[in-house]
Design a protein around this ligand. Structure first.
Ligand SMILES: Cc1cc2nc3c(=O)[nH]c(=O)nc-3n(C[C@H](O)[C@H](O)[C@H](O)COP(=O)(O)O)c2cc1C
Length: 148
């Protein structure tokens, strides 16, 4: 089954963009809701959060992904969404979670957003000068995929 992916950046609403336990709880509830839907739609991915901005990568079959993404586009918990890339990927790159949020330093999120997302290409070396966005994303996610 062909797998599609989409990646975007957006700004969190004020009830999430504050460093309080309450705002983290709001984000946890949002992601639980996203996970429930994504599981049924065959969507997987990751939501990077730097305290103010999101960068979300999601992938799955066309039907499931487009409904999940329309839920993202309709959500009032963020604004200023900018799509960085959308298209086919040969195989799933992030099959680990129906969704999970991970904390990221603002500098790293910015660098990731500005990296090369063309065709979701992966060269396999995030440190290389020509390392792609997918190289960086998979490197950032990898430590969290190991079972403790
Ligand atoms: C940053 C962000 C990421 C989201 N990711 C997903 C997702 O992966 N799948 C999904 O079905 N919905 C996703 N949603 C939608 C939420 O699960 C939830 O349905 C929505 O935020 C609730 O509406 P509200 O933000 O207007 O309160 C996302 C929403 C936001 C703001």
């Amino acid at each position: 089954m062909p797998i599609r992916a989409v990646v975007y950046v957006s700004e969190a609403c004020t009830k999430i963009a504050s460093p309080t336990a309450e705002s983290r709880a709001v984000l946890d509830v949002l992601v639980e809701d996203a996970k429930r839907f994504n599981r049924s739609a065959g969507v997987t991915g990751v939501l990077m959060f730097d305290g103010e901005r999101f960068l979300q990568y999601m992938e799955g079959p066309m039907d499931g992904l487009s409904v999940a993404y329309s839920r993202v586009l309709g959500a009032s918990s963020h604004h200023g969404l900018v799509e960085l890339q959308q298209g086919r990927v040969g195989q799933r790159r992030l099959p680990y979670w129906p969704m999970r949020w991970l904390s990221l330093e603002p500098h790293d999120l910015r660098q990731l957003a500005l990296s090369d997302w063309t065709r979701f290409n992966q060269r396999g070396d995030a440190q290389a000068l020509n390392g792609t966005a997918m190289d960086r994303l998979t490197q950032l996610v990898e430590p969290h995929t190991r079972v403790a």
